[in-house]
Design a protein around this ligand. Structure first.
Ligand code: PLP
Length: 503
């Protein structure tokens, strides 16, 4: 099999079109002159079997959570229950249009309403919008709400957003897109927020602080309430990056920690196939004082009254509810990524209160795997060139952990990237690499709650094996993948964004 574009011009095509009901001349006349093509487009032509084989071949060249272990830290690549797919493909959900009248889409509206309620409850927020389609877009949406809130109370001069140096790159990027200046504060020696550094950073110009808790080091911020108090005292708002929700769900919530706004990564916490850029869903929840600024519409609900015009009887009527004049406006077409919302809703409804076990298992698995990696048997340790250093000075972590491979680099010149590439030869996805940046030669590992002890044991054994392999073999890995190492810097500088097409 080769590239689909090489089928260009073939006779067979997997489709046919009806003859236009207008005559050819008349049909042409409906297309304005400047928009008419001079020659037919060079679209690929392929028969249906060829097309099926093409996509099946493409899918076999990919690595995904359905192929093997995918310990990509911060990304929560876990099993996606197939039940979610059954539900999202029900005709009443799959075959509807965003412009359909409310009485025809009561089911989807009910799901949206329930999801808003459930997300409010688990986060301790007052109001939720499901519109943003990624965590990063949720951050931007919430930061815009915070910005409008400040303007509404004559505090529009606040132009600084504080982020810890362990923050995900999207945090400062989203705040900067709103026009904020970023103040990065260094972490304390234990990797957590340094309250002294925060004290120095907060002031009359603080618009907000953005924090991930547990942090990207997998550490729970023990002094989060004090941090929230300091920021609030200075007149700033607290923003919670909820990408790591799967470590705390059902145990505590950002509302209790003192946050004013939060985004959820539904595709991470509540399962939804993601990676390679989507599709995702990044709803946000806010406390009441920020609610007037949310984008609209939001799903609403009221009790039906007997013999009203919309129908008879008990139950509820669901509708799209607008937000008032202070809304920041729409940030996404239609109602967001509704398929992702429905899958996450199915996951949430399936487990309910039991979601607390999800957090427990995610944390247990991360601690088990970390312990296995950091404690090789004496025999194994004797064969290894160096031990990975732990990037988190703590006895226990939450749902993920970091390792520093500096010692290995110093001993035999093998870097974190080399080990990550070599892991591909062992049939697993590489962990997150060189992030957070405060850990040198960092590998960031998140096994998630859906992996078994056997999978984690095998990973730890393979990891130890790699640390004792001939450095030549590791630095030239991967050896078994379709594509070996690519020169990323060269590729970034010489972008080819268009397929060259047939000769
Ligand atoms: C994934 C992630 C984000 C961004 O979420 P997207 O849905 O990928 O836009 C933000 N912060 C943290 C900590 C994350 O892990």
């Amino acid at each position: 099999m080769s590239d689909l574009f090489e089928f260009n011009g073939a006779e067979s095509a997997g489709w046919s079109q009806p003859e236009p009901s207008l005559g050819e001349q008349e049909a042409w006349s409906t297309v304005p002159e400047p928009l008419r093509r001079e020659s037919p487009p060079a679209w690929p032509r392929a028969s249906e079997p060829e097309l099926v084989r093409h996509y099946t071949w493409l899918s076999s060249r990919n690595f995904g959570i359905d192929t093997g272990f995918y310990p990509l830290g911060s990304c929560t690549m876990k099993h996606n229950p197939r039940l979610n797919e059954r539900i999202v493909q029900l005709p009443g959900i799959d075959r509807i249009h965003p412009l359909q009248p409310e009485h025809q889409v009561q089911g989807l509206l009910a799901i949206f309403f329930e999801m808003q309620e459930m997300l409010s409850i688990c986060s301790g927020m007052d109001e939720v919008t499901l519109q943003p389609v990624a965590g990063a877009q949720g951050e931007f949406t919430a930061m815009r709400c915070i910005q409008e809130f400040h303007r509404s109370i004559d505090q529009g001069h606040r132009d600084k957003v504080i982020v810890p140096d362990s923050a995900h790159g999207t945090n400062p990027a989203s705040a900067a897109m709103c026009g904020y200046d970023i103040i990065e504060i260094p972490s304390a020696a234990d990797g957590r927020i340094d309250l002294a550094a925060l004290e120095e950073a907060v002031g009359d110009d603080t618009a907000a602080m953005m924090i991930t808790n547990p942090s990207t080091l997998g550490l729970f911020e023990l002094e989060i309430s004090q941090a929230a108090e300091m920021v609030h005292e200075a007149g700033g708002q607290m923003y919670y990056d909820g990408a790591n929700f799967n470590a705390i769900l059902g145990k505590t919530d950002p509302g209790r920690m003192g946050f004013d706004a939060v985004h959820y990564n539904l595709h991470k916490t509540f399962s939804q196939p993601h990676g390679g850029g989507g599709p995702g869903s990044g709803p946000i929840g806010v406390k009441a004082h920020l609610a007037p600024f949310l984008p609209s519409p939001i799903a609403g609900r009221r009790k039906r009254v007997a013999d009203d015009s919309e129908g008879v009887g008990d139950g509820y009527w669901y509708f799209w509810r607008g937000i008032g004049e202070s809304s920041i406006g729409k940030i996404q077409q239609w109602h967001g990524n509704s398929g992702a919302v429905v899958r996450a809703w199915a996951f949430y409804r399936r487990y309910g209160r039991e979601l607390e076990r999800m957090s427990e298992h995610a944390v247990l698995n991360a601690n088990y795997l970390r312990h296995r990696i950091l404690n090789p048997s004496p025999d194994t340790a004797a064969r290894m060139h160096a031990m990975p250093l732990d990037g988190a000075p703590a006895d226990v972590v939450k749902h993920e952990f970091t390792l520093s491979l500096s010692a290995l680099k110093e001993a035999v010149g093998v870097t974190g990237r080399d080990v990550a590439k070599r892991l591909l030869d062992y049939g697993v996805m590489a962990p997150t690499l060189y992030f957070p940046m405060i850990v040198p030669e960092c590998l960031m590992i998140e096994p998630t709650e859906t992996e078994s002890k056997e999978v984690m044991d095998r990973f730890a054994d393979d990891f130890h094996k790699i640390l004792s392999e001939d450095p030549e073999v590791v630095t030239s890995a991967p050896h078994t993948t379709d594509v070996r190492r690519v020169d990323e810097v060269w590729a970034a500088r010489n972008l080819v964004l268009r397929h060259p097409g047939p000769e």
